[in-house]
Design a protein around this ligand. Structure first.
Ligand code: THU
Length: 136
């Protein structure tokens, strides 16, 4: 699985978004260590707070199916089906990534032309982790 193919799957996932309130569609494609890919979209709610981000949708689908080892995730977002700049996962999603992923987990932030690559350590430094802080 190349980053380019993962990016295409994230873009496809964007079309599944349920966004009647913000109109902001987000798509994610999560690559598991065994090569399986899980797609996710954001799912909004009239009470706003229960909204689930695209990244967490992908992670929760994968974890439900028994996956615990992950390699990378591609994410994209924008209004009206258009990607508007490299998409940075929110803080809550970064912490969910940290639950299951190490410092070297890769995040591909898709923009209009391609993607930018970051490690989890770069986007979530000094993290609260299951290993360091919860004795897992
Ligand atoms: N959103 C995501 O899906 N992922 C993020 O990392 C940040 C924000 C969604 C939530 C909401 O439906 C919309 O984007 C606008 O905040």
């Amino acid at each position: 699985m190349t980053p380019e193919k993962l990016a295409e799957l994230a873009k496809e996932a964007m079309t599944h978004a349920y966004v009647p309130y913000s109109g902001y569609q987000v798509g994610a494609a999560l690559l598991c260590a065994d090569g399986t890919v899980y797609q996710g979209c954001n799912i909004e709610n009239a009470a706003y707070g229960p909204t689930n981000c695209a990244e967490r949708t992908a992670f929760f689908k994968a974890v439900y199916d028994g996956h615990r080892d992950f390699v990378s995730i591609a994410v994209c977002g924008g209004k009206g089906g258009h990607i508007t700049g490299a998409f940075p996962p929110c803080g809550v999603c970064r912490q969910v990534m940290r639950e299951f992923c190490g410092d070297d987990f890769l995040i591909y932030m898709i923009d209009e032309k391609g993607y930018e690559t970051y490690t989890l350590a770069q986007i979530l430094p000094y993290s609260f982790s299951p290993q360091k802080h919860m004795g897992m």
